[in-house]
Design a protein around this ligand. Structure first.
Ligand SMILES: [Zn+2]
Length: 261
């Protein structure tokens, strides 16, 4: 069976983003260009890695009572193939064990940074506000996030399925497909919840970017750790390989430029 790539979003789908300059009206495109021209190289890399697009719109900011906002969006595409065998059954229901292989078609993280209509590109890269939005991007482009997605959405698993004895042959395919879809929806929701939790922790510690974070290394290393995931209700930690959660020196360096002296 095949499943189309499914988009999981916490906001409306982004337009195609190309260094954040595509699909913007002209005044915004000019503003983005002047922003990018002055951007430090390590942040340009993050813009690229996070497929960042930019918006200048006061309405969502007012709603969220924020001066800047970063939204993440993720897309997961997989194809599930399965085999099954019958288990010992009794009564009016039959049980079967399905072995499922999820083949990866795609995984992509995208972001939208929303700033005020009155935002000026001049001196922007010294503003704590803008750097705070990049802390958000930093979190969701963390290599551990991609590894967690690999473990969560792809690979193999075994599911037990129950069908009614009457007309069981007609139900098998549909039942297994329903189980697969249900798992997929659960995992997408858990993944979104995990990212939101990490964003919220950053916001709480930094008062939405108004305060410098005292121990940045501590914050970033604790995100996506075993303890962090365990505290998220309903997160399927059993699918995650501990190796995926290792905070490697390379990852740490990834955050180095953001240390506030
Ligand atoms: Zn924030």
């Amino acid at each position: 069976m095949a499943q189309d790539p499914v988009a999981a979003t916490n906001n409306p789908p982004a337009d195609s983003a190309n260094n954040g300059t595509a699909a913007l009206s002209d005044p915004d495109a000019d503003r983005v260009l002047s922003l990018l021209k002055e951007a430090p190289p390590h942040l340009l890399r993050l813009i690229d890695r996070g497929k960042v697009r930019w918006s200048f719109d006061d309405r969502p900011l007012k709603e969220a009572r924020k001066q800047g906002l970063t939204k993440f969006q993720y897309e997961v595409g997989h194809r599930a193939q399965f085999r099954y065998r019958w288990l010992a059954s009794s009564g009016s229901q039959y049980r079967l064990a399905a072995s499922i292989a999820y083949q990866k078609l795609s995984f992509e993280m995208k972001h939208e940074i929303i700033l005020s209509e009155f935002f000026s590109a001049q001196g922007a890269w010294k503003s704590r506000l803008l750097l705070h939005e990049f802390d958000h991007i930093c979190i969701s482009t963390d290599p551990r996030v991609a590894s967690i997605a690999e473990d969560l959405f792809f690979g193999r698993e075994r599911l037990e399925v129950v069908v009614d004895a009457e007309g069981y042959q007609q139900q098998v395919q549909k039942k297994i497909e329903e189980e697969i879809l249900e798992k997929f929806e659960e995992r997408k929701a858990a993944f979104g919840k995990m990212l939101q939790e990490a964003y919220d922790r950053l916001d709480a510690l930094s008062q939405h970017g108004l305060q410098p974070i005292e121990d940045r290394k501590k914050l970033f290393s604790e995100l996506f750790s075993h303890e962090f995931l365990k505290a998220i209700e309903g997160f399927p930690l059993d699918r995650i390989d501990e190796k995926s959660l290792e905070f490697s020196p390379a990852v740490e360096m990834h955050y180095e430029p953001f240390f506030v002296p």
